[in-house]
Design a protein around this ligand. Structure first.
Ligand code: NAD
Ligand code: AHE
Ligand code: ZN
Length: 369
């Protein structure tokens, strides 16, 4: 079949809207019509050539929602017409990682996914007879895409596509980092570095679980109002304070934060986030994705004296189990999504979404097909 898609032919070049060829689902796979997709900073990071797994030409996009149109042989948990969210972190429920109950990082198809291929080692997209690669197993910047059954979460049909697509990455990542990874307790002091599409979801989850001080840190003053809108109690622009940001935050939290979250991808900020934690128990969660080749460092003494450095991918969520629950939280009003969707674009306008992100003018841009 044919599908309209925004293709990343080369790093650092705008996406091109073209009509591609797409092969249908093989056994264990489903064809999905994507109805809406968000643009996450990770898409921009890969397009900018910072991802050590970046492959070109490919179809980016990993934050989508859509409808199952066809199922391959042996698919039992999905049927045509089901409303779904593609999962870049699948949940096979059979691999060592899924069975461990210690992680959400299912390994069933990770090797082929990282090479831009389906689990059978082929790509289903082509343009003028040349292969176009998948991205994060999702490729939601295509109107139609193919995914393995284990990488698809079935969601309720009354959830709007335009907002629920954001649960495919940003919402689940931010909310899950608080509820699954850090397990923030009521009364905690929390510091969130980077008040973008992820950081604001960390803030709203910290409010939801009853955190006390919720301090937002961003170099863009326009983000202060956004943080307050979702529960931030204090805002700090590190470029506008006297002295060191870590000392400033330690003073503001009377000894250090119980929990800090990096939502910037900047390795220097990751260090500040760790060192702003309380001696003896503070936990810092790395969410931001750093450029290829970057490394984090701190004095080991920071860890010896009880601070804990952790990471969180997709908010520690097991997608097929947890994503439908997060959709319920949204539909019940426990979490907000709509105000964070600042721009709704057509596929032809997708490059504008990247420009808005780089200019710090959007929280989330969503492409509606
Ligand atoms: P975004 O562009 O919407 O927001 C980033 C924010 O960080 C902006 O408000 C920016 O002003 C701020 N910022 C940049 N440099 C800063 C600094 N030095 N100090 C303080 N603030 C700074 O991006 P996003 O979509 O929210 O994504 C944030 C990060 O999370 C990215 O690195 C992205 O790749 C990553 N991410 C990780 C996961 C995961 O599963 N771990 C999932 C989604 C996104
Ligand atoms: N491919 C990169 C790492 C990118 C990365 O860390 N991705 C996050 C999700 S970001 C979503 O916006 C993730 O889930 N990682 C776990 C995984 O298995 O990819 C690199 O450094 O090679
Ligand atoms: Zn993402």
């Amino acid at each position: 079949m044919k599908t309209r898609a925004a293709v990343a032919f080369e790093a650092k070049k705008p996406l091109e809207i073209v009509e591609l060829d797409l092969e249908g689902p093989k056994p264990g796979e489903v064809l999905i019509e994507i109805m809406a997709t968000g643009i996450c900073h990770t898409d921009a990071y890969t397009l900018d050539g910072f991802d050590s797994e970046g492959i070109f030409p490919s179809i980016l996009g990993h934050e989508g929602a859509g409808i199952v149109r066809e199922v391959g042989a042996g698919v039992t948990s999905l049927k045509p017409g089901d409303h779904v969210i593609p999962l870049y972190t699948p949940e096979c429920r059979q691999c060592k990682s899924c069975l461990s109950r210690k992680t959400n990082l299912c390994t069933a198809i990770r090797a082929t996914q990282g090479k831009g291929l389906m689990p059978d080692g082929t790509t289903r997209f082509s343009y003028k007879g040349q292969p176009i690669y998948h991205y994060m197993g999702c490729s939601t910047f295509s109107n139609f895409t193919v995914l393995p059954e284990i990488a698809v979460a079935k969601i309720r049909e009354d959830a709007p596509f335009q907002s629920s697509c954001y649960i495919g990455c940003g919402v689940t990542t931010g909310v899950g980092a608080v509820t699954n990874t850090a397990k923030v307790e009521p009364g905690s002091n929390v510091v969130v570095f980077g008040l973008g599409g992820i950081g604001l979801n960390v803030i709203q989850a910290a409010r939801m679980v009853g955190a006390d001080k919720i301090i937002g840190v961003d170099i863009n003053d326009r983000k202060a109002e956004w943080g307050q809108r979702f529960g931030m109690t204090h805002f700090v622009n590190p470029q506008k304070i006297q002295g060191d940001i870590v000392q400033h935050l330690v003073a503001l939290t009377e000894g250090g934060a119980d929990y800090t979250f990096d939502c910037t991808g900047n390795t220097l900020v990751m260090r500040q986030a760790l060192e702003a934690c309380h001696r003896g128990w503070g936990v810092s969660v790395v969410i931001g994705v750093a450029e290829a080749g970057k490394e984090i460092s701190t004095r080991p003494f920071q860890l010896v004296t009880g601070r804990v450095w952790k990471g969180s991918a997709f908010g520690g969520a097991r997608g097929r189990t947890d994503v439908p629950k997060i959709v319920d939280w949204y539909m019940q009003g426990k979490i907000e999504i709509d105000p964070m969707i600042t721009h709704v674009l057509t596929l032809e306008e997708i490059n504008k979404g990247f420009d808005l992100m780089h200019a710090g003018e959007s929280i989330r841009s969503v492409v509606v097909y």
